[in-house]
Ligand binder design. Structure first.
Ligand SMILES: [Zn+2]
Length: 276
């Protein structure tokens, strides 16, 4: 039985004819069965569908603010990371649920509801750094690759080639972290969360945002607790471990922050005015 599975895996990897492993920017080896171009295409398709289902914010102040923070983060990510074709794009969805996400293919989405939770540019930078981190660390690919291996009914080569059944494509999109919209919720693993936190905090620091604000963000999330049950938080467990890891990462992030400030990086992103 085990033997059979092993042989099936061998055939599967052979059938793909691509490198099934890669190394993350944190130096960890990971299983990535799906071609980057295919991941980008799936991310773009998922984003197009979200745009169709949702409503984009027409508030110029809100859009300028999110664009400003996103641009500062995207400026510091490693060269060549992100979409091979086209550029990154950040859009604001008029949606009261506090949610934010980034997809392969370079698409970022922020719900207006998220801006009620993250009250400073630094906190928003921590959120966007984290989400972009998931993409650059190929977490969606890794998670899908793991579920492909767990599901012998689906041929990995058909998934990689984009010829899998539509139902399965939707499940795969769930692997990108926007599952709730599709009725599938596949939270990122703790390992992925910690990794995204770590690189996200470095990105925000390199962009000139005070990296302590990543810790403030999670303290705030913890405080809101069950009073703010939302998709973003439920797929991103907030706990002491996570805050402790961000603290441990802080000395390195502070060095990057000081360097960025010395180099004149001082993103002035103005949060939208809230009339109450
Ligand atoms: Zn996450």
């Amino acid at each position: 039985m085990g033997h059979w599975r092993f042989r099936a895996l061998g055939l599967l990897l052979f059938g793909l004819g691509v490198a099934a492993c890669s190394t993350t920017m944190t130096g960890r080896r990971q299983l990535t069965l799906i071609d980057d171009d295919r991941m980008d295409a799936m991310g773009l398709a998922a984003f197009a569908s979200l745009k169709q289902q949702g409503e984009l914010s027409r508030d110029p102040m809100v859009n300028d603010y999110v664009e400003c923070v996103a641009a500062a983060i995207l400026e510091v990510i490693p060269d060549g990371a992100g979409p091979k074709n086209g550029k990154w794009e950040a859009l604001v969805f008029d949606d009261p649920t506090p949610n934010a996400f980034a997809l392969p293919g370079g698409k970022i989405g922020v719900h207006t509801g998220m801006l009620d939770v993250v009250t400073t540019p630094g906190q928003l930078a921590a959120v966007l750094g984290h989400e972009v981190g998931h993409v650059l660390l190929r977490h969606g690919n890794e998670r899908m690759s793991q579920s492909i291996l767990a599901d012998t009914a689906v041929s990995a080569s058909s998934v990689a080639a984009g010829t899998a059944a539509p139902e399965y494509e939707r499940l795969i999109v769930g692997g990108l972290g926007v599952g709730a919209q599709y009725g599938v919720l596949l939270p990122f693993s703790r390992k992925h969360e910690v990794e995204a936190d770590q690189v996200g905090q470095i990105f925000m620091a390199q962009a000139g945002f005070y990296p302590v604000e990543a810790i403030t963000l999670w303290q705030r999330m913890a405080e809101l607790g069950s009073a703010a049950p939302d998709q973003w938080r439920s797929t991103h467990p907030s706990d002491e471990t996570r805050i402790a890891r961000l603290r441990a990462n802080l000395p390195r992030a502070m060095r990057d922050y000081e360097k960025a400030r010395t180099a004149g990086k001082d993103p002035r992103c103005v949060p939208p005015v809230v009339y109450e």
